[in-house]
Design a binder for this molecule. Structure first.
Ligand code: XIL
Length: 328
């Protein structure tokens, strides 16, 4: 079948999130269709820097060398996040919170070490992930980063990353990026970082979408709004859940034909839309590759199966794949 990366050659890179298991189970599919990978978990703080003086690079190194062998680019994910960090980072050694200076110096040495190690091999980093709050008027979500270091932990992270690898493209990454309220807040954060001269080069739209939401118009508005700042855009974690939030207790054994058709239509329309913005979109990365494995099997309801990709559980192209390819 046609290779996705060739179908969209000259438009944007086609990426997949991978982990050590999927690299083995999905190797042929990954190599055929994708020219970019992101580590699903292996570069997150708790994995790569689990204790104060302990770094675990094995799994991350293996993913980077897999990419190198197959001519794929690598997106780095992620340096600062409120999830999947480790307790020691925020503590003073006796279970009290540490102080701002200590936290920032730990952040700097983490970024120096991790970004420095993959200098030249990782071309783009999600420096800060999900710092904006979903609800209410507060711009930033509450987190230990915010509580201990104050709001400029964000600017600091970008500055440290830029020092560690001046050639890497540095991204702010978030979800609900197309919803009007959150979209406007993300825009405000990005604009203020740029106004302060922070080395920010791109915005990652996670794109955890479903059959019904968000509306295409809201996606288009988000793209235009972020692009108006002169930033590069990446879709960083695209998947299309066949459930709506209200249906999350569904025990559906497989998508109904209507759901499969809707998924195909949505994927086709979305890729047509993305192609219109090929000049500002550098990469479209799925948060996985085929329906045999997706984090949505376990989230938000444990054990629930989902089918969010263009390839089925046997790695065969789904109707959605052909629609995307024919529409391109
Ligand atoms: C998810 C992984 O896919 C899961 O395996 C893990 O248990 C939790 O994190 N937004 C992000 C990603 O930025 O890092 C998350 O990845 C999904 C939501």
């Amino acid at each position: 079948e046609p290779k996705l990366k060739e179908v969209f050659d000259g438009d944007f890179l086609i990426g997949a999130a991978v982990n050590p298991l999927t690299i083995r189970a999905q190797e042929a599919l990954l190599v055929h269709h994708f020219n970019s990978i992101t580590a699903e978990n292996e570069m997150k703080f708790e994995r790569i820097h689990p204790a104060k003086d302990t770094y675990e690079f094995g799994a991350a190194d293996a993913l980077v060398s897999f990419a190198g062998r197959h001519g794929m680019k690598v997106r780095g994910h992620t340096l600062v996040w409120h999830n999947q960090s480790t307790d020691w980072l925020f503590e003073d050694g006796s279970e009290n919170l540490t102080d701002r200076g200590t936290l920032l110096s730990r952040l700097k040495s983490h970024i120096d070490t991790v970004v420095g190690r993959y200098k030249g091999a990782i071309y783009a980093w999600d420096v800060v992930n999900e710092a904006v709050s979903d609800e209410g008027e507060e711009l930033l979500r509450s987190s230990k980063w915010l509580d201990i270091a104050g709001p400029d932990f964000i600017a600091k992270a970008f500055e440290y990353a830029h020092e560690a690898d001046p050639n890497a493209l540095l991204f702010y990454n978030d979800y609900n990026e197309s919803h009007p309220h959150k979209r406007d807040k993300i825009y405000r954060l990005l604009k203020s970082l740029l106004d302060q001269g922070v080395p920010l080069h791109g915005v990652g739209l996670q794109a955890h979408w479903n059959l019904y939401d968000p509306q295409l118009d809201d996606i288009r508005t988000a793209i235009e709004k972020y692009a108006s700042l002169g930033l590069e855009l990446h879709l960083t974690e695209l998947d299309m859940s066949v459930f709506r939030f209200e249906d999350r207790r569904s025990d559906l054994a497989e998508p109904t034909p209507e759901m499969a058709e809707l998924q195909a239509q949505r994927y086709e329309a979305i890729f047509r839309l993305l192609k219109e913005y090929r000049d500002v979109i550098g990469s479209v990365t799925f948060w996985g590759a085929a329906d045999d494995y997706t984090w949505l099997d376990d989230f938000p309801v444990r054990g629930r199966k989902n089918w969010p990709f263009l390839f089925d559980a046997s790695h065969r192209p789904k109707p959605a794949f052909y629609r995307v390819v024919e529409g391109a």
